[in-house]
Design a protein around this ligand. Sequence first.
Ligand code: NAP
Length: 319
Amino acid sequence: MSVALPPRPKVLMVSSMPEWDLAPMRAAYDLVELPAGGPGTLATATDITALVTSGGRGANAALIDALPALELIAVYGVGYDKVDLQAASRRNVAVTNTPDVLTADVAEMALALTLSLTRRIVDGDAFVRSGAWPGKAMPLTGSVSGSKVGIVGLGRIGEAIGRRFASFETEIGYWNRSPKPSSSWRAFPTLASLAAWADILVVAVAGGSDTLGLVDAPTIAALGREGLLINISRGTTIDEAALITALESGSIAGAGLDVFLGEPTIDPRFFRLGNVVLSPHQGSATIATRKAMGALVRSNLAAHFSGEALPSAILQRHR
Ligand code: NAP
C-alpha cells in the first residue's frame, strides 16, 4: 500500500543562491523561481508559504501582498532595509536574516579598502604591470598606523571593524545612535564632531529610509582634505553626489567603497576618479561566509516548517 506523502512546502526564490544551498533546499522544498513578469504571473502564488531573498532585492509590499499564504521571508544577508517590515507585520509574516556569520568578513573588507587606499595597492599593481618600475619609483603613500579612525554605527560589524583597526595602533572613536556604555572607545556626540576628529571615517550603520544621506555634505567637508571615507554599509547612507563633488575637488583625500546607490550600475563619474577604490559589494562574498549564510537561511526555513523557534528572527509571526 502506498502512503501519500504530505505536499512539500513551496518556497519562492526571489534571488539566487549557490548550488551548495540549492541542492539541500530542493530536497526539502519545491523551489519556485520568481518569474521575470513578477509575482502576478506566478501560477503557484497562492501555495507559496516562504520566500528567500537577498539584502539587495528584499521584499516589497506588492510582493508580500501577492502571496496570500506567505508565512516567512528569509533574507540571505544581514541588511533588511529593502524588506517592507510594516507589510510583513500587517500580513503576520515572519522575517529572518543572517547576522554574525558575516561580521568578520565585512569588517575585513573595511580594512582591505582602507589599506588599498592608503598604501595604493591597486595603483602599485598597475605600476608594476605597466613595466614602469625599472624606470622610476612609485610615489610615496600614506599609512593606516597612527591614524584616528571614526566608526559610524557601532553595531556588530562596526565593533568588529574597530577591533581590527585597533591592532594597527590607531585611535578609535565612534558615533552611534544609542549609547554604548560597554565600549572603551571614544564616543562622539555628533557625526560631524566624529568626522572633524577622524582621519579615516568608516560607515557601518544600517541602511534604510532613516539613515538616507546620513553622511551628508557637511560631514564629508568636516573630514577635511586629508580625510578618507570608507563605506561597507549601504550606498544610501552617504550623500553620494556630495561625495563625488568632494572627491573631484580634492576636499577629501579619497574613498573606499563597497556599496553604491543604484548598484550594480553605478555613477560613471566614479570611474574617472583616481582617489577611489571601488569594490562590487563583496563584503560578505567569501566562500566560507556564504556557506554559513546559506546554512542559516536553511536553518530558519527548517525551524519555521517544523514549528520551532527561528534562529535569527527580525520579526516573529503570531501563530
Ligand atoms: P547591527 O549590529 O544591527 O548594527 C546596525 C548599526 O546601525 C547599529 O550601530 C545601529 O545603532 C545603527 N542604526 C540602525 N538604525 C539606525 C538609525 N535609524 N539611525 C542611526 N543608526 C542606526 O548590524 P550589522 O550586522 O553590524 O550590519 C550593519 C550593516 O552593514 C547592515 O545593515 C548592512 O547594511 C551592512 N552590510 C554590508 C555588507 C556588505 O557586503 N558590504 C554585508 C553585511 C552587512 P543602534 O546600536 O542604536 O541600534
